[in-house]
Design a protein around this ligand. Structure first.
Ligand SMILES: [Zn+2]
Length: 292
């Protein structure tokens, strides 16, 4: 459901104040928004603290992050599509580049999130200010930049295009599951179909996506099956923690740090898996040469 459009705002400008749903969700449970609700809905001015500034020093343990393993399905599918696709580790970075940038920006105070228990069924994250990473324009630009970087390194246009497509796919997948907190260009109109409010739909969808991705990957590559199985097991473990562990009740710096660490682990594992398997067309070519 879209928030009614008001006057157009420039990219990067957050409308002052939180979406009304946040306050409602918090009030219902009688809780607080973050560690100091009075300033947790910041207007973007240099003098005012951000939500993270406000909550930065909270020391509460943070057992879960907002990870979403379905994002890696396009990376696996791209790797399956052509031997010219970037390596699997690079594609895993592409799949979550937008979130990597988001969590880094949260730590820097450039973009903002906070914890609002009950805001949506499957996690308590109110991602209320992310114009540079989770706007369609922003995600497209991140994709273009990453695609150009891959093109510069590999000198392979196909690799660059797949890298860019996988980065941009992040926004479309987020559109399915997020509550309306995404934008087209950082403006006030918020988009999101909110599947995270329907666990019985969202969980099977995510498992189906990642299952399809791994099926394509295994079908179109040759090599030992152990490494991809280890990768999928770790991904499912992380996702299970995300879904079923107690949710954080307050924002803290640990939350984006844990998210970045978990992505780093998955990227390292994917990089390793990529070294153990070859695309079936590349493997066939190598075998033909060997026979000659
Ligand atoms: Zn995202």
């Amino acid at each position: 459901m879209a928030v009614p459009k008001t006057a157009a705002l420039p990219l990067g400008y957050a409308p002052a104040g939180p979406p009304p749903i946040a306050a409602t969700a918090t009030k219902k449970r009688g809780g607080r928004i973050g560690a100091c609700s009075a300033v947790s809905a910041p207007a973007r001015s240099d003098s005012e603290p951000t939500a993270l500034d406000c909550d930065r020093f909270s020391r509460d343990p943070v057992p879960a992050t907002t990870m979403y393993i379905g994002h890696f399905a396009p990376a696996l599918a791209a790797s399956a599509a052509t031997p010219d696709a970037p390596r699997l580790g690079t594609l895993f970075v592409a799949a979550q580049l937008v979130d990597l940038a988001f969590f880094a920006f949260v730590i820097m105070g450039v973009e903002n999130m906070r914890v609002v228990p009950g805001i949506i069924a499957m996690n308590p994250m109110d991602l209320y200010h992310m114009p540079y990473t989770h706007s369609l324009l922003g995600a497209t630009l991140w994709g273009l930049g990453f695609g150009l970087a891959v093109l510069a390194v590999t000198r392979n246009l196909t690799a660059g295009i797949w890298a860019a497509v996988v980065v941009a796919s992040h926004w479309l997948l987020d559109l399915l599951v997020h509550r309306p907190d995404l934008t087209l260009d950082g403006g006030p109109q918020k988009l999101g179909l909110g599947l995270w409010d329907y666990p019985l739909l969202a969980i099977p969808l995510e498992l189906a996506l990642i299952g399809l991705g791994f099926w394509l990957f295994l079908r179109n590559s040759r090599g030992p099956v152990g490494p991809p199985l280890i990768l999928v097991a770790v991904m499912l473990l992380f996702q299970a923690v995300n879904w079923f562990a107690p949710q954080p009740e307050e924002m803290s710096i640990a939350l984006p740090l844990v998210a970045l660490l978990s992505y780093a682990i998955l990227v390292a594992l994917a990089r390793w898996v990529g070294t153990t398997r070859r695309h079936r067309r590349a493997a066939g070519l190598a075998m033909a040469r060997y026979r000659r």
